[in-house]
Design a binder for this molecule. Structure first.
Ligand code: ADP
Ligand code: ADP
Length: 223
């Protein structure tokens, strides 16, 4: 079964149609880029898959189960757009907190944290408070907490937002690392460059509609 198979997804906020009947196919083990301008509906789509938002109409599956199935949600990781973790927590505490939310026993959570910190290059900063971090460092902790339950699919909503060019390259490498580990990465971005550098498959979302989708080479070839 594919990682995500959206047959039909519609979402209205009041009378405003944020998603106007979207279909998407995300193969397992790939990086899938959902590209589109701000307001296109990218966050709404991801939030619908994660049941943070209640879709108006939804047919499809995720990891072989109906979208929204509890069992499936435990196999996903999520870095929301503009994620804000409390400034007074340390990087280590943020990841431990996410582990707790994911239902991971404290001892096991603690065991996983060093490798995650290493993975995102934050080993040396683990016990400093988020208030002392740059935006890029916060995003790295955001990535680490999204991986704490060893998810099959990781949803990253504009992960490089506000991050400097060097940090963007680092985040790209981490996304590639997630794919190497066999995870599916669902990447929301409004930056063509960012998506084409890392994604295998791309869908372009404009005003709640997918206007194009396919392998990244196919889309960039057409310019
Ligand atoms: P994107 O992630 O592509 O920037 P969003 O999914 O955040 O797009 O938003 C899509 C559209 O839906 C925007 O016009 C936004 O203002 C609107 N929207 C998002 N959330 C809500 C909400 N809770 N209530 C009403 N409108 C919303
Ligand atoms: P972010 O950009 O941090 O994702 P927003 O500022 O777009 O968040 O939205 C903050 C909250 O308001 C979210 O819960 C979002 O769903 C909601 N929201 C966004 N756009 C609208 C809108 N046009 N009308 C009502 N609520 C909205």
């Amino acid at each position: 079964s594919p990682a995500v198979e959206i047959e039909y997804l519609r979402k209205r906020y009041g009378s405003f149609e944020a998603l106007a009947g979207v279909s998407l196919h995300v193969p397992r083990g790939s990086v899938f880029g959902l590209l589109g301008p701000n307001g296109a509906g990218k966050s709404t789509l991801v939030k619908s898959l994660l049941t943070i938002v209640r879709p108006t109409e939804c047919r499809g599956s995720m990891l072989g189960e109906a979208i929204g199935h509890r069992k499936t949600l435990g196999k996903t990781g999520y870095l929301p757009e503009h994620a804000r973790f409390p400034e007074y927590l340390t990087g280590r505490e943020v990841i431990a907190y996410s582990a707790g939310l994911a239902g991971i026993p404290a001892v096991e959570g603690k065991r996983r944290i060093p490798a995650l910190l290493e993975l995102v290059g934050m080993g040396g900063w683990a016990d400093k408070k988020l208030g002392t971090y740059s935006k890029g460092m916060r995003q790295r902790i955001g990535l680490a907490q999204a991986l704490v339950n060893e998810p099959e699919i990781v949803f990253l909503d504009e992960p490089t937002d506000g991050v400097d060019p060097e940090g963007r390259i680092e985040i790209r490498k981490m996304i590639e690392g997630m794919r190497e580990e066999g995870r599916t990465v669902f990447l929301n971005s409004h930056l063509l460059q960012e998506v084409e550098q890392v994604a295998d498959q791309v869908a372009i979302l404009v005003r709640g509609r997918v206007i194009e989708s396919g392998p990244v080479e196919q889309l960039t070839k057409r310019g």
